[in-house]
Design a protein around this ligand. Structure first.
Ligand SMILES: *[C@@H]1O[C@H](CO)[C@@H](O)[C@H](O)[C@H]1NC(C)=O
Ligand SMILES: *[C@@H]1O[C@H](CO)[C@@H](O)[C@H](O)[C@H]1NC(C)=O
Ligand SMILES: *[C@@H]1O[C@H](CO)[C@@H](O)[C@H](O)[C@H]1NC(C)=O
Ligand SMILES: *[C@@H]1O[C@H](CO)[C@@H](O)[C@H](O)[C@H]1NC(C)=O
Length: 338
């Protein structure tokens, strides 16, 4: 019984040690030679808050590398801020992460590909990814310099757009550069022409044509091979209109129009409230206006909504059930007012 208790206590204390303390891995601190003091050359971060513990390095007597005594000094207590982190400390405490380098502000360890400190980085070229994690306020890369997003007005790249979207507050969705490179847009994939429209998988959508190339906002699918697609101007289309192309052309028009859906016969775009296609319309009821817009107003064109709004018909429906309720309510209200 006693033995079991001791074993359980041992297991629990082992668990506590593994949960509450975590010695760092090896890091090289410039100037540490065999027998020198890691604490004097490696540098420790300042951890602000209540109930925090000081960070320290294990002194090295024989080794030329140093280790942080306990990496939980970064998280113990109620931490309100960390400053003065350096690459050595991050390297020692990265654990299984790739957060090997201190960010530019020295407030967090990040997964950069090289030091965020230009002096240490030396001639290693900056990448957009490193700009983003090292200096989130200048997350884009122009030439060889990390830049703030609001300083860029031309030559946008997908990488810079993604960097700026990921660091904006709230996080943005304009991850791709438009075809002119003048802005970042909410396309579903790159606007780069060589990477779009060549197969069924990378087909253009009308929404992407509108976002990437506003002057050619409609999509047209190639006849041969049928898997190709391209963005075209609205005035090149005279049949086969789709809701998506109508919507794109309505949005690209100046001023914008309300002709957002395709007529039932695909001959034009019209200002119906919901699609002229029953499947796309879903449970939205037909109205006289939508039936007329979708089907035209020629005799027997089914330009009127049926009484229950489930379909269009050739003759005007007589007073509808909902109309009767409306009249009844009016009568009750007027009776109450009198
Ligand atoms: C420390 O430096 C040695 C010798 O340059 C190198 O082999 C080792 O990988 C370095 N360790 C770390 C953690 O950077
Ligand atoms: C960058 O590294 C140099 C050389 O180690 C150091 O003197 C300087 O303080 C570092 N700068 C920052 C901002 O940490
Ligand atoms: C971004 O594009 C997607 C797909 O086209 C769309 O569903 C979404 O509403 C757009 N978001 C904004 C904010 O425009
Ligand atoms: C539009 O009119 C055609 C021809 O009468 C008809 O076949 C079609 O069902 C009508 N559309 C709707 C949504 O009722």
């Amino acid at each position: 019984m006693q033995n079991k208790t001791i074993i359980i206590c041992l297991i629990i204390s082992q668990l506590l040690v593994s949960v509450f303390s975590s010695a760092g891995g090896q890091a090289n601190c410039t100037g540490v030679a065999a027998g020198t003091d890691c604490a004097s050359v490696c540098g420790v971060p300042t951890v602000a808050g209540t109930g925090t513990t000081a960070c320290s390095w294990v002194s090295s007597s024989t080794l030329t590398t140093c280790t942080v005594t306990d990496c939980t000094c970064l998280t113990t207590g109620t931490v309100t801020g960390i400053t003065n982190l350096n690459d050595q400390f991050c390297t020692s405490c990265k654990g299984s992460t790739s957060n090997t380098y201190a960010n530019g502000a020295g407030t967090a360890c990040v997964a950069a590909s090289a030091s965020c400190n230009s002096t240490i980085r030396g001639t290693t070229a900056w990448t957009v990814g490193d700009c983003t994690v090292c200096t989130p306020t200048t997350p884009a890369l122009v030439g060889s310099t990390c830049k703030a997003c609001n300083t860029i007005s031309s030559a946008w790249t997908d990488a810079n757009c993604a960097a700026c979207a990921s660091t904006s507050t709230p996080k943005g969705n304009t991850n791709f550069a438009n075809s002119a490179g003048t802005a970042c847009v909410n396309a579903s994939a790159t606007c780069a022409s060589g990477s779009r429209g060549t197969t069924a998988a990378n087909a253009w959508t009308a929404a992407d044509c509108l976002a990437c190339t506003p002057a050619t906002p409609a999509v047209q699918f190639g006849a041969s091979p049928a898997t190709t697609s391209s963005c075209v101007a609205c005035n090149t289309i005279n049949s086969g209109w789709t809701d998506a192309n109508c919507n794109s052309c309505a949005m690209a028009a100046s001023p914008q129009t309300k002709n957002i859906v395709a007529k039932a016969d695909g001959s034009a775009c019209v200002a119906a409230v919901f699609s002229c296609t029953q499947s796309a319309r879903g449970s939205n009821k037909w109205t006289n206006a939508d039936c007329a817009a979708c089907n035209g107003t020629a005799a027997n064109a089914n330009q009127y909504a049926s009484a229950d709004g489930s379909t269009c018909q050739a003759t005007q429906a007589s007073s509808t059930f909902s109309g009767q309720i409306f009249v009844s309510i009016l009568l009750v209200l007027s009776a109450l007012l009198i």
